[in-house]
Design a protein. Structure first.
Length: 336
């Protein structure tokens, strides 16, 4: 069975390619390398000892995608490709709407043209906005605070409409919580360009001496230690959820959302302390101002994914930190 992985050279995509190859799927990657490098795919092959096929192609390029679908019999798509920096999206909303939404529409059109109607889409817990916690899939969505979050909400709605118009489609909307960690080989991991926006890559760059100090965004929230609470999930557990979702869409039709999180909330200070333990280093940090748009606390109710996808997160916070540190020390200058 052949799976097209858009954005397959990225952080979550590359870990998913590893799991797909190890489960004997054929893998075809489409990536424009806007936020990744082709070397990542060599490393995926090195980890698995298996080959994948890749195309340097933008998902907005209809002809390019047509070529991919003409040259490969694609059974299902896992759609990761997209821009994901929340802050940047407030400054460049049109870039985000064009890349994420227009790109997705082109992809869905080409899928339709080639009668490929099975897709797993990378959505985000951000679609829940201000709902009570833990988040459940049947809560109202869309009250989101950034253009990035709105792209996820709109694409979910577009896919719901696609299914409503044609019940042959089989669609899985995976709402990710906070993926961190890396493959245990240390060959692939999160490698953002420039100064990281997210907590974990920031911490690991401070620990390795590439950045001087971490600022904890807010110490006066109404939480157990004053810092924000999130549901961190090991990227390998997240990657495995995609295989469960592929199995599900292969023998059913519909459009279903699933929370992919641990169901456990950790504070920023919990993560810092777990990282200090894993790395054996004291982290230089300071408590600073709140970051605009941050919610105090959210985590998943993952019961639906547990029962309907038969997926369970297995790796805890210590392993998340160990694997991040292993990747960082093996790749102090990132993946070139
Ligand atoms: P990433 O930036 O590492 O990977 C995305 C990949 O898509 C990159 O390789 C990039 O080059 C590629 N890409 C971007 N636009 C493209 C386009 N127009 N055509 C072809 N390729 C394109 O990001 P990630 O962390 O692996 O996230 C993957 C998906 O999961 C994204 O859609 C993201 O919004 C979503 N998501 C991520 C998180 C997170 O915290 N990492 C949380 C929730 C949802
Ligand atoms: N955070 C922080 N300092 C940083 C980056 C993030 O204190 O340099 C906090 C942020 O306020 C949030 C948590 O870490 O509470 C996770 O942030 P991240 O950007 O990784 O993910 P988000 O939950 O915002 O999607």
């Amino acid at each position: 069975m052949a799976i097209l992985v858009t954005g397959g050279a990225g952080y979550i995509g590359s870990h998913t390619c590893v799991e797909l190859l190890e489960a004997d799927y054929e893998v075809v990657v489409v990536d424009n390398y806007y936020n990744s490098v082709p070397e990542v795919l060599n490393r995926v092959e090195k980890i698995t000892g298996k080959k994948l096929k890749s195309y340097d192609c933008d998902i907005r390029d209809k002809e390019g995608l047509r070529k991919v679908f003409s040259e490969n019999k694609i059974d299902a798509v896992i759609h990761f490709a997209g821009l994901k920096a929340v802050g940047e999206s407030t400054k460049l909303p049109l870039t985000y709407y064009d890349n994420n939404i227009s790109g997705s529409v082109v992809l869905f059109e080409i899928m339709n043209e080639f009668n490929c109607k099975k897709i797993v889409f990378s959505s985000s817990a951000t679609v829940y906005g201000n709902n009570p916690i833990p988040y459940k899939e049947d809560m109202p969505t869309g009250d989101v605070s950034s253009p990035y979050g709105r792209t996820k909400h709109f694409i979910e709605k577009i896919l719901e409409d696609v299914y409503a118009s044609d019940n042959e489609w089989s669609i899985s909307l995976l709402r990710y919580f906070n993926p961190i960690g890396a493959h245990s080989s240390g060959l692939i991991g999160e490698d953002p360009n420039g100064i990281p926006n997210n907590l974990m890559p920031y911490i690991s760059r401070v620990a390795i001496g590439k950045l001087p100090q971490l600022t904890v965004f807010g110490g006066d929230y109404d939480t157990k230690d004053g810092t924000c609470i999130r549901d961190y999930i090991h990227v390998v557990d997240l990657a495995k959820a995609h295989l469960c979702a592929v199995a599900k869409i292969m023998d059913s039709t519909g459009c279903e959302a699933y929370n992919i999180g641990n169901g456990v909330g950790y504070s920023v200070l919990d993560i810092i302390h777990a990282f200090e333990k894993a790395s054996g280093k004291a982290l230089n940090y300071v408590i600073g101002d709140r970051r605009a748009g941050d919610l105090p606390a959210f985590y998943a109710d993952a019961a639906k994914a547990n029962t309907e996808l038969n997926w369970h997160a297995e790796l805890g916070i210590d392993k998340m930190c160990e694997d991040t540190w292993n990747f960082q020390t093996k790749n102090p200058d990132g993946i070139k």
